[in-house]
Write a protein that binds this ligand. Structure first.
Ligand code: AMP
Length: 396
């Protein structure tokens, strides 16, 4: 893995793929600046070396062509404040004006390109478009982990035009280092906590992890397909009959490998999908017909916290319940506190996935984790054991 720490970028124009796909309010205020902040070390390193930076990203899912609704413009003042310098930004499609502005950059300058997805060639991974964009810079850096599972023009194809001149940015490098540490070099006992809504989206991850962990904790809506597979009654809870066979395979695999698979003992159930609905706690395998399970119960919280506390390595993706509603957030919060406590004691913890990170952020506990991944889909694919196109393109 060649990172930008290995090279002096003095006098170079460096094209950096970042992920500035930030959340925006209707009046275009950025509500979470994390993704911008995380790329500052990479940008700073290039500037400190005496290079110029050309940043490129996507934002949202625009249709083809320029659309002010999806412009990168709201990023400019935030980036400018963080770097304490003006940002060159041409709010136009890629063309002669953009090329001229890039050609005029001096060492120390920072330019931001407009949303790459205004060009359908970005997602189509078009080679000619890659060649045109590549001509702007001398060096290519990828620092966009959250988009590394996409084989798009700017995340993968463009790297072909920089043989010997393509590098991992610090963020992408850290993501790979920490995920590899957990997946291939975990201190034992190693516990994975997997939650979230649907088991269908997590089956490949569970299949890969069951061969690596000592303890597998399951929570969230996906627990009910497991409960059903074990003969339990799940009422009106989230349940995916199409996944029953694969769920049974995971249960068997865990038994075969002597992995401790922890399912919730009890659940917080509700008579409606609403914060003010009637709720009660019941055993998670006997949920009455018209009720649905929306969180793990108190006995599960205590048991999971104990397993987590006794782990040396902890990987967490996916909330334990419908944490967006306070009535069903206790499970997710208890797990966040348990992982934070274990980390304080010296365990290594890695958290990922948009919803779990949002929850832990809400509890102000993000700083208590060893590492918080910026990738949702990308992290899941990495945990499935897949090679991410964005990473592969830099390694070749
Ligand atoms: P995912 O994107 O698969 O990680 O799922 C995150 C979503 O799962 C969150 O929006 C939670 O509200 C939801 N979720 C967690 N537990 C449950 C549950 N028991 N029933 C329905 N949805 C749930």
């Amino acid at each position: 893995m060649k990172t930008i720490a290995d090279v002096n970028l003095k006098g170079k124009k460096v094209l950096v793929r970042v992920d500035f796909n930030v959340p925006l309010t209707p009046d275009k205020k950025i509500t979470d600046e994390t993704r911008i902040k995380e790329t500052i070390p990479t940008i700073r390193k290039i500037l400190d070396d005496g290079g110029a930076v050309i940043l490129m990203s996507h934002l949202g899912r625009p249709k083809s062509g320029f659309d002010p609704e999806f412009s990168m413009a709201p990023v400019v003042p935030v980036l400018s404040r963080m770097l304490n310098k003006d940002i060159v930004f041409i709010p136009e499609l890629f063309g002669s004006k953009v090329k001229e502005a890039a050609a005029a950059l001096n060492p120390g300058d920072v330019m931001l390109l407009e949303n790459l997805r205004f060009h359908k060639e970005e997602e189509k991974a078009d080679k000619n478009f890659a060649k045109e964009v590549a001509a702007l810079g001398d060096v290519y850096v990828n620092d966009a982990f959250a988009t590394a599972h996409r084989a798009h023009m700017s995340t993968a194809i463009i790297a072909e035009f920089f043989p010997g001149n393509k590098y991992f940015g610090f963020l992408l490098a850290n993501e790979k280092i920490y995920l590899d540490k957990v997946l291939h070099d975990a201190r034992r006992p190693f516990t994975a906590i997997i939650g979230g809504a649907k088991v269908s989206t997590k089956i490949p991850v569970l299949k890969n992890l069951v061969g690596k962990v000592d303890n597998l904790i399951i929570g969230g809506g996906m627990m009910f397909t497991f409960m059903n597979a074990l003969g339990g009654a799940v009422g009106k809870s989230l349940f995916e009959p199409d996944c029953l066979e694969q769920t049974k395979e995971i249960l068997n695999e865990a038994m075969y490998r002597s992995v401790n698979l922890y399912l919730p003992i009890d659940a917080v159930i509700s008579d409606a999908f609403a914060n003010d609905a009637n709720t009660k706690v019941c055993p998670s395998n006997s949920i009455p017909g018209e009720w649905k399970g929306l969180d793990i119960g108190p006995k599960s919280r205590a048991k999971f916290a104990e397993v987590i506390y006794n782990s040396q390595t902890i990987l967490w993706n996916g909330p334990m319940g419908v944490f967006e509603m306070p009535a069903f957030s206790k499970g997710t919060k208890a797990i966040a506190i348990a992982v934070a406590n274990a980390t304080l004691k010296g365990s290594f913890s890695l958290l990922g996935g948009g919803d779990s990170v949002a929850a832990v952020n809400e509890y102000n506990l993000c700083d208590m984790f060893s590492y918080v991944s910026t990738g949702g889909g990308a992290m899941l694919e990495y945990m499935e054991g897949l090679e991410l196109p964005g990473i592969k393109a830099l390694m070749e």
